[in-house]
Design a protein around this ligand. Sequence first.
Ligand SMILES: Nc1nc2c(ncn2[C@@H]2O[C@H](COP(=O)(O)OP(=O)(O)OP(=O)(O)O)[C@@H](O)[C@H]2O)c(=O)[nH]1
Length: 335
Amino acid sequence: MTTGRYGEHDHEHYERPRRRTRPRTKDRPSYDDAVDARVVTVDRGRFTLLLDGRRVMAMKSRPLGRKGVVVGDHVRVVGDTSGVDGSLARIVEVVPRSTTLRRTADDDDPVERVIVSNADQLVVVTALADPEPRPRLIDRALVAAYDAQMAPLLCLTKADLADPEVLLSTYRSLGVPWVVTQLRGEGAGDLTELRDRLRGRTSVFVGHSGVGKSTLVNALIPDAHREVGIVNAVTGRGRHTSTSAYLLELPDAEGWIIDTPGIRSFGLAHVQPENLIEAFPDLDEMTETCPRGCSHGTGEPECGLDEAITAGEADADRVESFRRLLAAREASSDW
Ligand SMILES: Nc1nc2c(ncn2[C@@H]2O[C@H](COP(=O)(O)OP(=O)(O)OP(=O)(O)O)[C@@H](O)[C@H]2O)c(=O)[nH]1
């Protein structure tokens, strides 16, 4: 029988004098008393957690080492979980994540990072006008969603200013679900459809400046800014200036949203064509005959997608839209 690295008869191992005076594992704390919490926001190594409905400040414990803890993580914590001013709990474990939304290293940030975890929907907030929609940014957000195996949702704001039809025609063949919102002008304020889409899920909201994301978050969660203000008061930052993602619960425990005020870009260099096409099983099936290493992009020789179009088995618009997404991975772009 072999135990660990050494065999039973490995005398060198057994006869070597013990230098350690402290047993290595015996004193390791067991975390049976740890409790569950969820990470609300992160600010300079300090974590705000939600634990039994109260906000608790925490830091990472040593055994976690360099393992990252991100917004949306379900964690286990020990120590002072009272949440009173000045108290500090310790995160001892990160529960395995169901999803991770990532960004590749880019000029803004040299390290590939997980932005948020455990979200199942990515809500791409885009104004129909003022500012004008930026389809390339929408495409990049969709790529990030598909890669992370999150359901995408287009949220088209400012419907009082423009008709959504032009923009929607670009996304119809991909089958991306969408909602339209209007929070100014006559008849403003009905968010029933969006609320229906958010119910029971954790949804990450992304969008570039001015699209009306804060207005939307505040309409969904009337206390949102006040809550964020509290978080920032604890971490020493001013109100309404959070640049980190933060998690908020929808009223009546209907779901969770994660706002991302700090995200200015979405590096996508880590996204593999194979992962992207998996989000479109009908197209994926048509690539079985592709040559090895085929990226399924425009101009790839003998790509199964082209053969399927020629044979009348694939919708050319859908293939073209998929290829547009594929190409959007390469363009670097700010929100
Ligand atoms: N016409 C119109 N204006 C809107 C609507 N929703 C928001 N706005 C306006 O759009 C502007 C930008 O809204 P914000 O909610 O601050 O946009 P944001 O996306 O959070 O932008 P940042 O705060 O820069 O990240 C504000 O002047 C809002 O009043 C809408 O449905 N229709």
